[in-house]
Design a binder for this molecule. Structure first.
Ligand code: ADP
Length: 220
């Protein structure tokens, strides 16, 4: 029987990507088992995760012995070694992990991972590149786009919204975006309400269709 609760996560390969995923999961309170074949990497992570093991993750017997099959989720962070990445996904599937995530370094790698049994394939470099493109050409401070053309962005407040409540400036009906939250100076973000007055220097969090979000942010 696995010593891990069902919402625990196995991270295969503690490189830059796997390491960042592992650290964030620990931060929000999940139990994390890190597996890497490199002794130095394992040494580096030992005190920072619930459990860290030096092992070859392409070996399903090893995964079974570690109780990985009973863990709720697994993330394969191996990138450069495509063979090891694909074989790890196969091994995870073999031991019965029902939610397998894998990082792809490119489109071909991603297609192979999908065929192999990964339930979610992520393209961190392509995704970050797209995001930076939005930020570098526009006035947005941060930008996240979801698959269906819907985005959330952090942007400055356009002049037409200053010193008015959100219902007075009618951002939603005029621009098709919703102001979700607002940050003033060093205060925490607050939820935006109809009677919230926007002041010079405020940072807005807005959501809406990607093109509307982009057009609204360009006014800032
Ligand atoms: P990143 O670009 O995110 O740093 P890398 O591909 O450089 O990703 O790092 C992958 C990590 O996965 C390395 O620490 C490497 O030791 C580990 N790794 C590679 N193959 C295996 C394997 N078969 N089993 C376990 N760990 C592996």
């Amino acid at each position: 029987k696995s010593p891990f609760p069902s919402d625990s996560v196995a991270i295969i390969g503690l490189g830059r990507f796997g390491g960042a995923v592992a650290q964030s999961l620990m931060h929000v309170g999940h139990e994390v088992l890190g597996i890497d074949e490199d002794a130095e990497v394992v040494q580096r992570w030992t005190d920072r995760l619930t459990h860290v093991v030096q092992a070859d993750a392409t070996d399903s017997d090893v995964l079974r012995q570690l109780g990985v099959g009973q863990m709720g989720h697994a993330v394969v962070g191996i990138g450069d070694d495509i063979e090891a990445s694909v074989l790890s996904v196969l091994a995870l599937e073999e031991v019965g992990v029902s939610d397998i995530w894998a990082k792809a370094t490119g489109e071909r790698h991603g297609r192979i991972l999908e065929r192999t049994g990964a339930h979610h394939v992520v393209y961190p470099e392509a995704a970050m590149g797209e995001r930076v493109a939005h930020l570098v050409t526009g006035k947005m401070i941060d930008f996240i786009e979801f698959d269906d053309g819907f985005a959330i962005a952090k942007t400055g407040a356009p002049a037409e919204t200053l010193d008015k409540t959100l219902s007075e400036s009618a951002v939603r009906s005029r621009h098709g975006v919703t102001v979700v939250g607002l940050k003033r100076g060093r205060h925490d973000f607050i939820y935006a309400k109809a009677d919230t007055i926007v002041e010079t220097g405020d940072i807005l969090v807005i959501s809406g269709p990607t093109d509307r979000v982009e057009r609204f942010a360009a006014l800032a």
